[in-house]
Design a binder for this molecule. Sequence first.
Ligand SMILES: NC(=O)c1ccc[n+]([C@@H]2O[C@H](COP(=O)([O-])OP(=O)(O)OC[C@H]3O[C@@H](n4cnc5c(N)ncnc54)[C@H](OP(=O)(O)O)[C@@H]3O)[C@@H](O)[C@H]2O)c1
Length: 432
Amino acid sequence: MADSNREESVLGALQWKQLHVSETRTQQTTRATCVLNGSHFSEGARGLSIQDECRGGPRTLRQELERRRGALGVSAGDGALSKQEGGPASVAEGLSSCFCPRNKVCPGTHGFLFSCRRPLLLGSTFFIPTGRRTYAGAVEPVGSKAVLVTGCDSGFGFSLAKHLHSKGFLVFAGCLMKDKGHDGVKELDSLNSDRLRTVQLNVCSSEEVEKVVEIVRSSLKDPEKGMWGLVNNAGISTFGEVEFTSMDTYKEVAEVNLWGTVRTTKSFLPLIRRAKGRVVNISSMLGRMANPARSPYCITKFGVEAFSDCLRYEMHSLGVKVSVVEPGNFIVATSLYSPESIQAIAKKMWDELPEVVRKDYGKKYFDEKIAKMETYCSSGSTDTSSVMDAVTHALTATTPYTRYHPMDYYWWLRMQIMTHLPGAISDMIYIR
Ligand SMILES: NC(=O)c1ccc[n+]([C@@H]2O[C@H](COP(=O)([O-])OP(=O)(O)OC[C@H]3O[C@@H](n4cnc5c(N)ncnc54)[C@H](OP(=O)(O)O)[C@@H]3O)[C@@H](O)[C@H]2O)c1
């Protein structure tokens, strides 16, 4: 385990225990002894106990960690408190399971995982989800590597094309509106670089996708060596409760976000496989947790997540690495929504509503929902650098992450709660 990860788990375990100090004394002592005399400190550290902790007065987690390291005579990174060797797992499983020998997995992995939730969730406020990117190694040389990014007319795609170009990649920027002279396309073209080429690409059109495959293939110095990366970024969004959303809308969003991703990936995989390259799919936090009034978007992003996982498993033995980037709320920074587009969607939706739905919900309810959506659309982070960094890491690190979470604390914590706690609990917190 990397030192930083190990330290996180240690801090998590310590915090877990501190939380229990406030519970009944009998329980404290039993549990603390279990942790301290169990697999945590299986090599001669039995002198430590919860009483020591109480007498010592309050300490920060880091101070406590240092104190224990000192007491044990171990240095940071020795792993005396490694996750496997104790921590919350043993506590949850009771005394019988906590005396497991070093380097053996405690019995009852289920209990271990269950009991890890709490320290992970509660410890989440101690670390920044996006600021801990590390490079164990980076692929070299970036300069000779070709990358295609879809949806580069605006938003993340536009910024990514420029960012990856600045990093030295040979960038093919797929643009929906190249034919129509979109401003974003003009700006990318104005860079006049032989390493940045805009190409007409509607991901819903198999014909256009195949054309771009040929453009890329014929531009490569050695097509047999393949191309390095594909970033599936193109996407659209909409909103509306299930009863307000037409089947056409569901299909339209899926056609771009989901089938567009599948189509483009399938067409480029032969080139990517040859390079043992990378596929990076831009999903969303809404690909991990659902939200009311966002079902047409959520289902496509959940689909992108499933597709990415299946592809990752399949490509593992072939050397292709697949990552998912799950941005949080960057609505104000991109063109995914605008006040005009919300009004246009709302008008069309109301006009097309079945009479029974219109009558049952009423215009007042409908307008309130639209107003809520308008507020949401003027929110979010304006700084998209965490998304740029995530995609760059996925393309360049020797061991890219499976998932990246460029989002603020609020959404990060909410996502952890919604994905790791039982539905009844997250419903209680968030569904009102
Ligand atoms: N912004 C956020 O808060 C956020 C959060 C999570 C995930 N995401 C995801 O990030 C990705 C990029 O979105 P964005 O926020 O940067 O929005 P954006 O500014 O609207 O960018 C989306 C891009 O995709 C293009 N596009 C739309 N339909 C296409 C098609 N059929 N074929 C090819 N390109 C197409 C759009 O072209 P036109 O401009 O010409 O229409 C646009 O350039 C999307 O997958 C989105 O779901 C965004």
